[in-house]
Ligand binder design. Structure first.
Ligand code: FE2
Ligand code: FE2
Length: 285
């Protein structure tokens, strides 16, 4: 378990929520006790969420329909949101810093929680996902790892460098977005949910991170490479994820409906996390 120093009860953001507990359990040594708690928390949260999405999703004919639906979702999201426009065009440095702080647990643990999916995939799909992971980890060069790029951004904004510093200030919506990957890779019965979610994420970031890149340029933040690097590299990652899905289908057949449920699940969670982060940032003077 992470070494979490207790916060004073009245400090802002200090809370003990099921989402925060689930994150800490997900990062802990997976003893049978810890795993039982994880399953309990997930049964009350993610399982109903996925069931609800499954009820509302008519079956997809196959991979071509999945790609069509994904493209449609990306077009919709490309239009942007009021939260995105605010962050790109109006947020103060303090407000932008607040959003960076909100996503620190994501940036600092970036891609670590994808690994358990690898052994669940056929070998050719493993290779495509591994090519993504190798980039996420800077091809083995610390200076290029995405988590190090996030550390550089945190340093410029005067934020702490340790993961533990963000445990008590991270919102539940962000925790839900973080926790979903632990479920997708390790406990979802079908790995298509993970493939669909990651294919969506890699394809959405080249548009989504334009917001933060524009904010960095406007606010004169020099170490915004975390965002600009993603604008570039995720155009490759989105293709690798399409390859992973094709190879999965060739080896095992494919349930395209589950890909789509995975994408919608992640799109909903990341959208809520981003909107909540910007809303809370706007309360910052
Ligand atoms: Fe990344
Ligand atoms: Fe990526």
């Amino acid at each position: 378990m992470l070494n979490v120093t207790p916060h004073p009860a009245n400090s802002p953001g200090s809370h003990d929520s099921p989402h925060k507990r689930l994150f800490l359990h997900n990062r802990a040594l997976q003893t049978s006790t810890v795993l039982a708690r994880i399953e309990e928390l997930e049964a009350a949260w993610i399982e109903p969420l996925v069931e609800d999405l499954a009820d509302r999703t008519p079956p997809l004919a196959g991979r071509a329909e999945w790609k069509e639906r994904l493209d449609g979702l990306l077009v919709l999201e490309r239009e942007g949101s009021p939260a995105g426009s605010y962050l790109a065009e109006k947020a103060t440095r303090a407000q932008f810093t607040h959003v960076v702080k909100e996503f620190a647990l994501d940036g600092l643990t970036e891609a670590q929680n994808f690994f358990p999916a690898v052994p669940r995939l056929p070998i050719r799909a493993q290779m495509a996902v591994m090519r993504v992971l190798i980039d996420e980890f800077g091809c083995g060069n610390l200076q290029q790892t995405h988590s190090k790029l996030y550390l550089d951004l945190l340093a410029e904004l005067g934020l702490p460098q340790e993961l533990e510093s963000f445990i008590d200030s991270t919102g539940d919506e962000t925790y839900a977005f973080l926790n979903v990957f632990y479920w997708l890779t390790q406990r979802a019965t079908d790995v298509e949910y993970f493939l669909g979610a990651l294919a969506y994420l890699e394809a959405s970031i080249p548009d989504a991170f334009q917001v933060q890149a524009r904010a960095c340029a406007r606010l004169g933040i020099a170490r915004g490479r975390y965002y600009t690097e993603h604008l570039h590299i995720d155009t490759f990652h989105m293709r690798e994820m399409q390859t992973a899905i094709k190879e999965y289908e060739a080896a095992r057949g494919l349930d395209a409906t589950k890909l789509w449920i995975g994408a919608r699940l992640l799109s909903g969670l990341i959208g809520s996390a981003f909107d909540a982060a910007v809303e809370r940032a706007r309360e910052v003077a």
